[in-house]
Design a protein around this ligand. Structure first.
Ligand code: FDA
Length: 311
């Protein structure tokens, strides 16, 4: 219930303006977001890389309604990739980027899919020049088919383009079977959005079971699974399954969000596993923040305490 209410809040314009204008929000944002500028994102990336972590950087923003804005977001990614390359952080995919299709135009009326395809093509090309890769984030259930279509098309030229499967959708195991092909980079997460009955799974237990089923399909296949979860039970299941499938540490990776379970991130990296941290930056952090609050009541309490202590 609370999660649904918070996710609805993430789409509310007035709530967004009120919360973003509150100074106390900043201290909570700082826990989950690297900063507002490329320089700040690079500083966090360099420090994570020095600690043996891989990184994927997200320039925050979604639901772009203007082609010029979609082009500006694309330009920012191209600049970011250039800076990562200059700083020596991009080589061999150590730091890559994650892109939301609606941030680069997927939602534009009429030409959305074509615009997003061309913009992601530009970003993938800049990533290749920098020696690294791109992962296309997955948004709400209404965007899944279009996102998988554009990933499929772009993979003809960029076979290392990553995509995301969300285990909260009923279709996810079938999608994993299609995507578990040689070289295919697939991030598996639970999903940070809501879906109606018949499209999404009803309970958290079902979503977790679906995650375990999907990770088996991906780890048993010939692709490159990217297991994005902070859930200790699923991380142990993944480690056991990777062993049974005879996988080397460099044939798959774990992924977690910046600011969440940093101790576990360090433990996995120290164990020799590949651990990639998703680092968001930018000023458009509202939707991202509300999704993180919705995932965990303790985060919401932390946020409410920060608000009341500044009154
Ligand atoms: P779950 O929510 O069950 O949490 C398990 C445990 O992890 C909790 O008990 C707690 O200890 C810890 N935890 C989880 N979330 C926390 C939080 N916000 N604060 C503090 N502790 C927390 N989603 C999507 O729809 N599309 C996408 O493209 C992506 N991309 C993506 C990339 C990466 C690298 C990650 C890690 C996640 C995503 N997600 C995503 C988000 C994902 O779908 C999901 O919402 C979150 O990862 C939370 O789910 P968990 O698997 O961690 O499990």
């Amino acid at each position: 219930m609370l999660r649904q209410a918070l996710l609805a809040l993430s789409a509310s314009g007035p709530a967004r303006d009120a919360i973003m204008a509150t100074a106390a929000t900043r201290s909570v944002v700082a826990r989950f977001v690297a900063g507002e500028t490329i320089d700040e994102a690079l500083a966090v990336t360099a420090s994570l890389a020095a600690g043996g972590r891989l990184v994927t950087i997200d320039f925050l923003g979604e639901d772009t309604t203007d082609p010029a804005q979609a082009a500006a977001v694309t330009d920012e990614y191209v600049r970011l990739l250039g800076r990562l390359c200059e700083a020596g952080l991009a080589a061999r995919g150590r730091a890559e980027v994650s892109v939301k299709p609606t941030a680069v135009g997927l939602g534009l009326p009429g030409s959305g899919e074509k615009t997003a395809l061309e913009n992601i093509r530009r970003i993938a090309s800049a990533a290749r020049n920098a020696g690294t890769t791109v992962t296309v984030d997955m948004e709400d259930h209404t965007r899944v088919d279009a996102t998988l279509r554009l990933v499929g098309e772009l993979r003809a030229d960029f076979p290392d383009l990553g995509c995301v499967i969300q285990s909260y959708l009923q279709r996810s195991a079938d999608d994993c079977r299609v995507l578990a092909a040689t070289g295919s980079r697939v991030r598996l997460c639970k999903g940070a959005y809501q879906a109606p009955d018949g499209v999404g799974l009803a309970s958290k237990a079902d979503v977790d079971m679906s995650y375990a089923r999907c990770l088996r399909i991906l780890l048993d296949g010939p692709g490159y699974p990217m297991l994005a979860t902070h859930d200790p039970r699923l991380i142990s299941i993944a480690a056991a399954r990777a062993g049974l499938a005879g996988r080397d540490n460099d044939s798959f990776e774990y992924q977690m969000l910046y600011g969440i379970r940093p101790g576990e991130q360090a433990r996995l990296a120290a164990s020799g596993a590949q651990m990639r941290v998703y680092v968001p930056y930018g000023s458009d952090w509202y939707g991202y923040l509300v999704r993180r609050l919705a995932e965990r009541p303790a985060n919401l309490m932390f946020f409410l305490r920060a608000l009341s202590s500044r009154r």
